[in-house]
Structures are given as structure tokens and as C-alpha cells.
Design a protein around this ligand. Structure first.
Ligand SMILES: *[C@@H]1O[C@H](CO)[C@@H](O)[C@H](O)[C@H]1NC(C)=O
Ligand SMILES: *[C@@H]1O[C@H](CO)[C@@H](O)[C@H](O)[C@H]1NC(C)=O
Ligand SMILES: *[C@@H]1O[C@H](CO)[C@@H](O)[C@H](O)[C@H]1NC(C)=O
Length: 120
């Protein structure tokens, strides 16, 4: 009983998050919001925890959200590029493999040298 009401609360919290993120798509998404969406992936990318389902669902969500216009894609590209700019090679490698692990493909390569301005 206690456990199921906990699960219900959790589900509601997730739905509320989704609603908040959905409203982001009306306005321009910021890098800060992108980083927030991908927060559940951080421990995986730092190689201290296994890949969480939450991480993949956020990746898929962002993939849809940030894939409407070329400007969106460039913004997500720049944000990802700055996130990996000073990362370790291990972090970069895990980040590069993440879309495939989650079953999505990014419209730009995850690379420190990608030219985000040329992403269409
Ligand atoms: C990366 O490191 C350089 C040099 O330390 C610094 O100037 C730059 O702001 C850092 N970039 C990011 C995205 O943290
Ligand atoms: C973005 O949309 C295009 C075309 O609809 C699709 O082929 C691509 O897989 C999508 N990319 C992402 C990262 O969702
Ligand atoms: C990036 O791509 C844009 C558009 O294709 C181009 O104008 C620009 O010169 C490129 N920048 C670099 C550093 O290659």
C-alpha cells in the first residue's frame, strides 16, 4: 500500500516534469534546460553507475524536443559540444555511445570538433 502510493506519487512527479518540459518546446530551449533534462545520465557518463532507464527516456525526450528545426538541432549540438569540451576521454566515449544504447540517432556527431553551425 505504502509502496504503491509512493510509486503513484513518483509517476505524478514525472508527469509534471514532462508537462514542464513540454512547455519548453513552445519557447526556445536553453542549454541549461538541456543539461537538466540529461541530469539522470550524468552518473553513467561519469562511469560510476550503470545506464538508467530514466536516462534513456530523457535522451529520447530531448531527441524529439530538440529536433524540430535546424536552430534547435544546432543549439542541442552546441550544448553537447560544450558539455564534452573539457570532459575525459572516458566521458566522451560513453557520451558518443549513449544515443545508440538508447536506440536513437542524433542529427549531429557527438564530437569535440563538430561544426554545429553546419548542422541542418
Ligand atoms: C574548458 O577549459 C578551458 C581552459 O581551462 C576553459 O577556458 C573553458 O571555459 C572550459 N570550457 C568548459 C565548457 O567548461
Ligand atoms: C530527427 O528527425 C529526423 C527526421 O524526422 C530523424 O530522421 C532523426 O532520427 C531525428 N533525430 C533525432 C535525434 O531524433
Ligand atoms: C561551420 O559551418 C558554417 C556553415 O556551413 C561555415 O560557414 C563555417 O565557416 C564553419 N566553421 C568552421 C570553423 O568550419
Amino acid at each position: 500500500m505504502a509502496a504503491s502510493s509512493m510509486a503513484l506519487k513518483l509517476a505524478c512527479a514525472v508527469l509534471m516534469c514532462m508537462a514542464a518540459y513540454a512547455s519548453i518546446s513552445q519557447a526556445a530551449i536553453t542549454c541549461k534546460q538541456i543539461v537538466g533534462i540529461l541530469a539522470p545520465c550524468e552518473t553513467y557518463l561519469e562511469n560510476v553507475a550503470p545506464l538508467a532507464d530514466t536516462c534513456c527516456s530523457r535522451v529520447k525526450f530531448l531527441n524529439k524536443l530538440g529536433n524540430t528545426t535546424a536552430a534547435d538541432r544546432q543549439k542541442v549540438c552546441k550544448c553537447v559540444k560544450s558539455a564534452i569540451a573539457n570532459s575525459t576521454d572516458s566521458y566522451l566515449g560513453l557520451a558518443q555511445g549513449l544515443p545508440t544504447k538508447c536506440g536513437v540517432s542524433t542529427p549531429f556527431p557527438i564530437s569535440r570538433t563538430v561544426n554545429c553551425t553546419s548542422v541542418q
